[in-house]
Design a binder for this molecule. Structure first.
Ligand code: AMP
Ligand code: ZN
Length: 112
């Protein structure tokens, strides 16, 4: 998707700070971090949101990547949160499926 920001991050046309990469998944630091650790985890293949995913395996791969990155970022002891904003009410602003991995401070619940 030529006009998709996260596709352009995956292909290197838009710079990012890489945290993790494998065959199917790319992860980078959020440009506007909401916690000391804030990583965006995306599938390399374009899906607009959780609503559009028809590939069960990629969802497992994204979550397993989140688990690995959390460990790599030293979040295992104190915990962390994984979020998928979806659509207008979910607060999704970039239409390429992504997980937020947040940690490094206590995260309030419920979210605003
Ligand atoms: P969402 O609001 O769930 O769609 O999340 C999109 C996230 O992408 C936000 O947390 C933004 O701060 C982040 N973001 C937008 N542009 C960039 C960028 N160029 N590099 C890294 N993160 C970005
Ligand atoms: Zn995309």
């Amino acid at each position: 998707m030529a006009d998709c920001l996260f596709c352009n991050i995956v292909n290197g046309d838009v710079p990012s700070t890489k945290v993790y990469e494998d065959n199917n998944v790319y992860a980078f630091r959020d440009i506007s971090p909401q916690a000391p650790t804030h990583v965006v985890i995306v599938p390399k293949e374009h899906f607009a949101s959780l609503k559009e995913v028809d590939n069960e395996a990629i969802l497992g791969k994204l979550l397993m990547a989140a688990q690995k990155i959390a460990k790599q970022e030293g979040l295992d002891d104190d915990g962390y949160r994984v979020v998928i904003n979806t659509g207008k009410d979910g607060g999704q602003t970039v239409d390429h499926l992504h997980l937020h991995l947040l940690g490094g401070r206590y995260l309030e619940w419920p979210p605003g």
